[in-house]
Design a protein around this ligand. Structure first.
Ligand SMILES: [Zn+2]
Length: 461
């Protein structure tokens, strides 16, 4: 059992950080949520916060208590990256992919994929890098929307290799069997085969230990047909999987209007894809009527400003989405547009650009998007907070250095201060996976070298 000890401040849930919703102490008093203190974890959060040595001993029973020093630190729930493309970690800053329209970006990326070859070995090397990068930056759960399935590729092998990489590193993965112009029947058969191989009996597509989740998701109405949406939707319904897609990037709206004479949200409605098991990423160009419809249907959203801004797609009206009652999560998207899987950096960006797309959004609200908001879109109420019984995923952020000196509010400071901030310790499912800024069981340089070597060998051949 793990005792997170002596923190300056513990964020139990970013959405209610200022309120008292913490568990009662052993002596019957209720500590202030966010008060300085300690947390006791096993695979769940057992007591939070303000657990005393006596509480810890009583709760741990015969278990040994391992102490993780959090003095000078703020503790937050683990970050949930709701939208990534892990494979693109192998294709960052490619010439010809920055500042170009989508019709140039797509074939440039496709040519790079074809040159290297997409298979389980590359999926594994990319996922090791992408998941490790996420963990080192405080991302305890990542949703990998995998869109690249060359004809004849070993799709089960690719999914299996990605899932195994995340599991080896100790991170949580939501693998999304995507599609980008795939044959509809093949995409659906592949999604079904992946479900059978990875999560055969799992309720909601989530393994018993909660470390792996499977979902499905076409890239968007701009690339996939009604048949793909329908057939992947049928697999999701049969298997109890969540559905995800991308909508209302500038290009998505333009292509939908040109091809169908309708906007993407209307098409998704007609195709049965506006429901409470669906999460839509991007949503840059949505109208008030569309926002009202999404809210009415219980659709959730993912904001990905670190992709949308450089691609020139605009800024999602996050405040309006939230005001309509739509849970909004945060994602980085992948290395083809956003070359970092650093969700806290993108949380900072989301906060900074919010006033250009509506009213400003405060730091705690943005942090709640990067935790509870993303978890809501994955249908994972146990993630994104540290209430008693939550999955024990958290980050310990050292705020004792000069970059945080003079900061009046340590939680706001997490986002406003120290760009590029990384957590000192990261815990997933009660297990320390990052300690003192390094992976516990892996050498990040070896993971990076593994990918670099593989790419060099394939480009040379
Ligand atoms: Zn994306």
């Amino acid at each position: 059992m793990l005792l997170i000890d002596d923190a300056v401040h513990i964020v139990i849930a970013a959405s209610s950080d200022a309120e008292t919703d913490a568990a009662p102490r052993a002596d019957g008093t209720t500590p202030q949520a966010g008060a300085p203190g300690s947390l006791l974890l096993s695979t769940t959060v057992r007591s939070a916060p303000g657990v005393t040595a006596a509480d810890a001993a009583a709760l741990a029973g015969d278990d040994a208590i391992v102490r993780l020093d959090a003095s000078g630190c703020v503790v937050t729930p683990g970050l949930v990256n709701a939208h990534h493309h892990l494979l693109q970690s192998a294709f960052r800053t490619l010439p010809g992919t920055r500042g170009v329209p989508m019709h140039v970006w797509l074939p440039t990326m496709a040519a790079a994929y074809a040159r290297v070859g997409i298979d389980p070995e590359l999926a594994r090397a990319s996922a090791l890098v992408g998941v490790a990068e996420g963990l080192l930056n405080g991302v305890t759960t990542v949703a990998d929307h995998h869109l690249t399935w060359p004809a004849g590729s070993d799709s089960v092998g690719i999914a299996r290799a990605t899932a195994a990489a995340a599991r080896e590193l100790g991170g949580r993965l939501a693998f999304v069997r995507g599609s980008a112009r795939d044959d509809p029947e093949e995409a659906a058969a592949s999604a079904d085969a992946i479900a059978e191989a990875l999560v055969p009996d799992a309720r909601g597509g989530i393994t018993d230990d909660g470390l792996l989740q499977l979902a499905v998701g076409p890239a968007g109405v701009h690339s996939d047909s009604e048949a793909t949406f329908r057939l992947l939707g049928e697999v999701a319904a049969r298997r109890g999987l969540r559905r995800r897609t991308q909508a209302n990037e500038q290009v998505d709206v333009a292509i939908a209007l040109e091809k169908y004479g309708k906007r993407p949200i209307r098409l998704l409605e007609e195709w049965g894809w506006l429901d409470d098991d669906v999460t839509l990423a991007h949503l840059c160009a949505v109208t008030d009527e569309e926002i009202a419809l999404l809210a009415e249907r219980g659709v959730t959203a993912t904001h990905a400003p670190g992709c949308d801004l450089p691609m020139g797609w605009g800024i999602a009206p996050v405040a309006a989405l939230r005001a309509a009652g739509i849970p909004v999560g945060l994602g980085t998207s992948g290395g083809g547009s956003n070359d970092a899987g650093h969700l806290l950096a993108d949380a900072r960006l989301a906060m900074q650009v919010a006033p250009l797309a509506g009213p400003p959004i405060d730091a705690r609200s943005i942090l709640s998007m990067a935790t509870e908001g993303s978890a809501a879109g994955l249908g994972r109420p146990e993630l994104g907070h540290l209430r008693v019984g939550a999955a024990a995923d958290l980050c310990v952020w050292d705020v004792s250095g000069v970059a945080d000196a003079g900061v009046a509010d340590p939680v706001a400071g997490l986002l406003w201060g120290s760009p590029g901030r990384r957590p000192k310790h990261v815990v997933v499912a009660g297990r320390v996976v990052v300690r003192d800024y390094e992976l516990v069981d892996h050498d990040q340089r070896a993971l990076a070298a593994g990918l670099t070597t593989l790419l060099a060998a394939r480009r040379a051949s």
